[in-house]
Design a protein around this ligand. Structure first.
Ligand code: SF4
Ligand code: FES
Length: 237
């Protein structure tokens, strides 16, 4: 364990753990978009900036990628920090001006107008969907492609995501809710990745509960018996 101070308050933390979750757990309000505790930090959105002082010297850093060490002093609400975060959210808003989540976040941070040229994107390029797909699900079905203003998160060759198991994990973690999932009859579609898969019907309640492809992948990975997913999660309880 190490001790640090956050806005003058003493906080104990596990050494090496990232600063953002420590501050959030301790009740400090730090805006963030690309952080999720289930995947490795990536530092994409730059919104979680804080000032860290060590041995009398201070620097601005993204708190989601900063492993804590003994004795640091963290400042989350200085004018310098707030100004930097306002610039970051303004840039994100310029990229995705139609996104209501971003508009709301910007308003809360005191940003109403955008001084930069506006684009018409909906994805903030946080990379969370791809990281969850790779690190948690193990499907690795979507990736970043292209550079600069053409950068985008897409399935290989911008076609259907053939490795996607339609589990919906990416839909859940997307901070701006732009992936989308639809279930109709015995099919589930992950809308953004153009992936439609047949669902399995529960032998007990008769409801379609998950894509065959997903269940079979999980079953094989875990070495489970062939009838393991014959019943849905609710009927098994
Ligand atoms: S689709 Fe959503 S989760 Fe994926 S990179 Fe874009 S904003 Fe992030
Ligand atoms: S949450 Fe830290 S950079 Fe996005």
């Amino acid at each position: 364990m190490v001790e640090l101070t956050v806005d003058g308050q003493a906080v104990g933390a596990e050494k090496g753990k990232m600063l953002l979750p420590i501050c959030l757990d301790a009740g400090f309000d730090i805006p963030h978009l690309c952080y999720n505790e289930s995947v490795r930090p990536y530092g994409a959105c730059r919104l979680c900036l804080v000032e860290v002082r060590k041995n009398g010297r201070g620097r601005m850093t993204t708190s989601c990628t900063y492993p804590v060490i003994e004795g640091i002093e963290v400042l989350t609400q200085t004018e310098k920090v707030l100004r930097a975060r306002r610039l970051v959210i303004e840039l994100i808003l310029a990229m995705c001006p139609g996104d209501e989540e971003i508009q709301e976040m910007a308003r809360e941070m005191g940003v109403e107008d955008v001084r930069f040229e506006k684009e018409e994107k909906d994805c903030i390029l946080c990379g969370l969907c791809g990281r969850v797909c790779e690190e948690v699900v193990g499907a690795n079905a979507i990736h970043f492609a292209n550079k600069g203003s053409n950068r985008e998160m897409i399935p290989p060759f911008a076609g259907e995501a053939t490795d996607c198991i339609a589990c919906g994990a990416c839909v859940t973690v997307c901070p701006v809710n732009v992936i989308g999932m639809r279930e109709e009859s015995d099919e589930r579609t992950i809308i953004r990745w153009k992936r439609t898969l047949k669902m399995k019907k529960c032998k007990v309640c008769g409801n379609y509960f998950a894509p065959w492809f997903q269940l079979e992948k999980f079953r094989q990975q875990a070495g489970l018996p062939t009838d393991f997913f014959d019943t849905c999660y609710s009927c098994r309880e």
